[in-house]
Design a protein around this ligand. Structure first.
Ligand code: ADP
Ligand code: MG
Length: 605
């Protein structure tokens, strides 16, 4: 747990980073050159227009579904909101399309906030079903409202124009569409690579851990939902001015499902995957519509059937979609460069040693009939390392979950520095300075060690979506990363900093969780079996680290089964058995206590 690597210069990997940027820039240039190819049929350009429009929606879905794990069958509805808004404003009221862009996007985002507040908190399959329900309802509304032209829709919608130039044909609007697509990819990449981005990536797989580090997961889900709706709105606005007409047909659930296919076929790895997914689905449909009547003859619409089969086969072959195939051609993404010279984040004051930092009074937790924690009382003093021990099932982890707000109490009171914290959310408790690790590690396997640990510093930054997507958060990010790197080195994982967390051994993941908890700048650190799976010398390193933290004024409460480790390290021990506190005192007192000996060795001892 030394600081040896802290002084080594950061390895600059800028060349790899710029090689990746060059790839994307080349891709963008190639796209922009397509309409200039001599003799290229307009039909192809129109196809590319449609691919761009669909890609915009699919980028949002990659974030929402691929990264955030929320399935929405309502994206076409958001396109419709914006398309109808701009059609009404421009066709009926003569507004400039550029001005109506802002209004259309604002109205769609407002609708997304309202629909999101209702549907986003739904868990499991209720969320997709919820989006399906309002997707269908609003689609019918589009076709029934008189002022939206019922099933005929609104026509003509004026084209986009700049100065005297009108974007009338598919060749000119091509550039508008693809500028938006490229901006959207760029901003979404920025967003994912930020404080909010880490919170978004934690939604799937580590949301309870994220809550314990101050992430408001419900709000984060809503942010992603509204962001995806924003991209769909831009697509809908562009569509209305490209077609110069709107009607309900393209905004139904069928279209929403197709957008989902694009996001899934593209793959969750990168926002740019949406372009490949959109291209793939659009071209596949186009080819099938032309090829199948030729093969089978007649008027039967086999394309939907074949389309479905092809998609299922692809997902069978590659659950990650097409993106891994693209990724293979790309240079490896560069490791983030840690700037050691940024000003350190401010630290919270430590409570004076000896003061009661944590106080449990008659704390009880019942799971139906089972009393997991049975009216337990004990307190911990600031500046000590305390142990919470007891046989398996004694209620130790449940006690941790009660203190950190992960579980609600059945009865009793918990105070942290004289303030009652039972009833507070995990986020509020984290904000007060209680950091924790989990007995069953909760890390994001496909995220780097650095990103995982930086999630722990969530509450020490404040950058939101807007500054992240515009990359105005770099100074704060550098501070968060410097702090994360410092904690990673401190716990001895320096050489693994840029590896995927999933490649670490279980014992190392427990240590990673300690670094993550330290990033919160806690005054009280709760460690649930931190030494499980560690080798002897690693346990010694852990002891040294915890002693050092104590000397810096940190209070530690740990659950551990290795008695040698606990007896050597702790100042104070509380013993639980079957949810009841059976002993409390110094290690020497506790180890001689008859009830403890009996609990550990059985009645025969
Ligand atoms: P320890 O960490 O001391 O091994 P736990 O606190 O995990 O013990 O569990 C205490 C008891 O509560 C066990 O009998 C366990 O099965 C039960 N328990 C823990 N969590 C839950 C839960 N979410 N639902 C029902 N029972 C639970
Ligand atoms: Mg436990």
């Amino acid at each position: 747990m030394s600081n040896t690597s802290a002084t080594s210069p950061p390895v600059s990997t800028t060349p790899a980073r710029s090689r990746r940027s060059i790839f994307f820039a080349t891709l963008a240039i190639i796209i922009f050159l397509v309409p200039l190819i001599p003799g290229i049929p307009v039909y192809w350009i129109t196809l590319l227009d449609n691919i761009g429009l669909a890609a915009l929606v699919a980028i949002g879905l990659i974030l929402l579904t691929g990264v955030g794990g929320m399935t929405s069958f309502g994206q076409a509805t958001f396109c419709g909101f914006a398309a109808y808004t701009t059609a009404v404003l421009c066709a009926y009221h003569g507004m400039s399309p550029w001005l109506s862009l802002f209004i259309a996007v604002a109205i769609t985002m407002l609708a997304a906030v309202v629909l999101g507040i209702i549907t986003v908190p739904l868990s499991g399959h209720f969320l997709p079903l919820g989006t399906l329900a309002w997707g269908i309802a609003i689609f019918y509304l589009f076709g029934k409202l008189d002022f939206l032209g019922r099933n005929d829709g609104i026509t003509p919608v004026p084209p986009l124009s700049i100065g005297g130039f009108q974007f009338f044909d598919s060749r000119s609007i091509f550039y508008v569409i693809w500028v938006f697509v490229i901006i959207a990819v760029f901003m979404t990449c920025n967003l994912l690579d930020s404080r909010t981005g880490r919170a978004i990536r934690a939604l799937r797989g580590a949301s309870s851990a994220a809550e314990s580090f101050g992430v408001d997961t419900t709000r984060t889900k809503l942010i992603v939902f509204v962001y995806a709706a924003l991209l769909a709105a831009i697509s809908g606005w562009l569509y209305a001015h490209m077609q110069r007409a709107v009607n309900p047909t393209p905004f139904g659930v069928g279209a929403s499902i197709e957008y989902l296919f694009m996001a899934v076929a593209g793959g969750a790895g990168h926002p740019a995957a949406a372009i490949f997914g959109a291209a793939f689905v659009t071209l596949l449909k186009e080819i099938l519509t032309r090829l199948l009547p030729f093969l089978f003859g007649g008027q039967a619409h086999y394309e939907e059937v074949v389309f479905g089969i092809v998609l299922v086969l692809i997902l069978q072959k590659s659950r990650m979609g097409l993106w891994p195939l693209v990724e293979r051609l790309l240079p490896q993404p560069a490791d983030p460069v840690i700037d050691r010279h940024v000003p350190a984040l401010s630290q919270r004051p430590r409570p004076e040693a000896g003061r009661k930092i944590l106080d449990l009074q008659m704390v009880r937790k019942q799971f139906q009939g089972l009393v997991a924690v049975n009216d337990v009382s004990f307190s911990i003093k600031a500046g000590e390392i305390a142990g919470l021990i007891g046989p398996n099932g004694a209620g130790k982890s449940t006690t941790f979950n009660l203190v950190t707000g992960t579980l609600p109490l059945t009865s009793g009171e918990i105070r942290y520095l004289d303030e009652r914290i039972d009833g507070l959310s995990p986020r509020q408790i984290a904000a007060r300075g209680i950091g924790r690790t989990f007995q069953h590690v909760k890390v994001l396997a496909d995220m780097s060690v650095l990103d995982n640990v930086a999630l722990g510093a969530h509450l020490r930054g404040s950058a939101g979506v807007v500054s992240a997507s515009l990359r105005l958060d770099r100074k704060e990010e550098a501070q968060l990363f410097a702090e994360a790197a410092r904690q990673i080195e401190r716990v001895g994982l320096g050489e693994h900093m840029h590896k995927q967390a999933g490649s670490l051994a279980l014992g190392q993941l427990r240590i990673l969780e300690i670094a993550r908890a330290l990033c919160l700048d806690p005054a009280l650190l709760l460690l649930d079996e931190p030494a499980a799976g560690l080798r002897h010398f690693e346990k010694q390193q852990l002891s040294t680290l915890l002693r050092q933290l104590r000397s810096e004024g940190m209070t530690v409460l740990l659950v551990e089964h290795d008695m040698g480790f606990v007896m050597n390290l702790t100042d104070h021990i509380v013993v639980l058995d079957f949810g009841t506190r059976i002993a409390e005192g110094t290690p020497a007192e506790v180890s001689k206590h008859p009830a403890v000996i009996q609990a550990y060795l059985g009645a025969d001892a």
